[in-house]
Design a protein. Structure first.
Length: 328
């Protein structure tokens, strides 16, 4: 019962109901192979949302993640196109994405400027740099840079043990960051900074360092997401992450992370990413346009958040009181 009344349990129940509903609407939806491989289309959201959980738990936010995705993608393409080994290009691009996160974290941690304002500015900065790089390499927004080696393309299009590689990346990253958040000193300090930065500072926690590293992790998450997208489409483009910002932040908040900081789970973010992706896939199978799908998803997400803030809280309170009455 304790697990049932956790928000993650509610998301799992919602996911099951979602599968049943779309299965009744279209029996082809429940084809296991289709369900598994459909995750390739939206797994990039989870790859960026899971590290973003750290930033939002500290009380911050990073709306530049979409620009980081595009910047990572075009850097991989340009470096490879100019003769660099593709895997070395990937390493350099990921390092640059981590540096982008460090820029966000340093400005947020050392100034009184709101994280939303800071990352809004760097969003335009990173996307502008990506466009300049793209223009200098004569790569158009639609065609991009293609022709990557097969080994790189198979990174996101291949299979391991019968499962698509992006899914393995997704669950591997979710487990890693969940362990780091819940079972390490750094993870506990992330929560303490989000709950009360002043108390954390007086307790000897290096608050600025924790904030900077949280943004570095988020930047690296955007880089990994850009890497997987580039491999999946076999094309490096500066606009790959244009529409990723809202789904990423929505997945984090829907997963149970408080937008004011101090509370959140990586597992909840991962489940919420799957819920959002399956909803998109199901609505598309019902022949809905992308605009209609956005309306339905937005409406249902608002309802879900309201339920979490009201009814779900009341259910937990009722369960707690009931348990207290049974104690001798």
């Amino acid at each position: 019962m304790k697990l049932l009344f956790r928000w993650e349990g509610a998301l799992v129940i919602f996911l099951i109901l979602e599968l049943i509903f779309f299965g009744l609407m279209n029996p082809d939806f429940l084809n296991l192979t289709n369900l598994i491989f459909s995750m390739n289309d939206y797994v990039y959201i989870g790859l960026a949302a899971i590290p973003m959980t750290y930033v939002i738990i500290t009380g911050g936010i990073d709306v530049s993640v979409g620009s980081t995705i595009g910047l990572t993608s075009i850097i991989i393409g340009v470096l490879w196109m100019n003769g660099l080994n593709v895997w070395l290009a990937v390493l350099i691009a990921l390092l640059i994405s981590a540096c982008a996160g460090a820029v966000n974290g340093t400005v947020v941690a050392t100034t009184n400027v709101q994280p939303l304002v800071v990352t809004l500015g760097t969003m335009f900065l990173f996307s502008g740099i990506a466009l300049v790089i793209s223009g200098g390499s004569s790569a158009s927004g639609y065609e991009g840079i293609s022709g990557f080696p097969d080994a790189f393309v198979q990174l996101a299009n291949g299979e391991t043990f019968g499962l698509p590689n992006p899914i393995l990346f997704f669950f591997g990253i979710m487990i890693f960051f969940a362990v780091m958040l819940n079972l390490t000193r750094f993870g506990r300090q992330v929560f303490l900074v989000g709950i009360n930065p002043k108390s954390a500072r007086y307790s000897g926690i290096r608050v600025k360092s924790i904030i900077i590293w949280s943004y570095i992790i988020a930047g690296l998450g955007g880089g990994v997401s850009g890497l997987i997208l580039t491999s999946y489409f076999s094309s490096a483009r500066s606009d790959l992450g244009t529409e990723a910002v809202l789904p990423v932040i929505t997945a984090v908040v829907l997963g149970g992370t408080s937008i004011t900081g101090g509370k959140g789970t990586v597992v909840g973010t991962g489940i919420a990413s799957i819920v959002i992706g399956m909803m998109q896939y199901g609505l598309q199978m019902m022949s809905m346009t992308s605009q209609e799908t956005s309306v339905v998803i937005g409406f249902l997400l608002i309802i879900a958040v309201l339920l979490r803030l009201t009814n779900w809280g009341l259910l937990k309170k009722f369960h707690t009181k009931k348990a207290a009455v049974k104690e001798p």
